[in-house]
Ligand binder design. Sequence first.
Ligand code: PGA
Length: 254
Amino acid sequence: MRIPMIAGNWKMNTTVGEAVTLVRSMLSGLEKMNGVDRVVCPPFISLAAVKDLLKGSSVKLGAQNIFYEEKGAYTGEISPLMLAELCEYVIIGHSERRQYFGETGDMIDKKIKAALNVELKPILCIGEKLEENEQGKTQEVLTHQLTASSDRGYYVGGLVIAYEPVWAIGTGRSASGSEANETIGFIRQLVSHQHGSDIADNVRILYGGSVTAENIAEFIRQPEIDGALVGGASLKAEDFLSITKQTAEIRGLS
Ligand code: PGA
């Protein structure tokens, strides 16, 4: 049985003070939603403060990025060892990192290995661009991205996949539930070909891209979709709570 997951990717939003306020406003509500893994991913500088707030809570903490070296002369970077003290999850290979910061498949693969080395669970983001989608290249792109980060051990270590079509991120134009279900089904098949059906049946695959309190039910009702990676709507306590609550009601395992 795959435990559904709702993860909030706050991106480059919130000061430390604002992050604390946002978590305080959601925490007691989130605490009640058993049967769904709830994860918040604030900016690096807020991780320590949010970790304090989450002490004793079932809400989990994630980072938005990681560097693959353990320590050394890498000005401005954050290492796996630093994150391992603070959180349980880390988003890796988000399309904004690929697009604006030149992250390649090779770098992303190194980051996954580095995260798993310190027992951080990667949330690996994959997804096609608009033109790739329009040219019918979605499956080809996803196969390429997933093959660049493919090792049975990654799944055993708790890797989560987030399918995020780039054209749906922050645009207000989400995929339809059935479209996302079909593509996520394809990803699961791919994992099955690569590593066997035991791994494929257990890996959690989330949908991401303009998920809101209004459309979450459409995704969560789909059998292949195990939850959502939520950007914009995770910054509004009421919306994030509603997304999590609907997920718990439709798919929660409690
Ligand atoms: P969005 O972002 O929900 O604002 O579209 C999702 C993401 O980038 O993870």
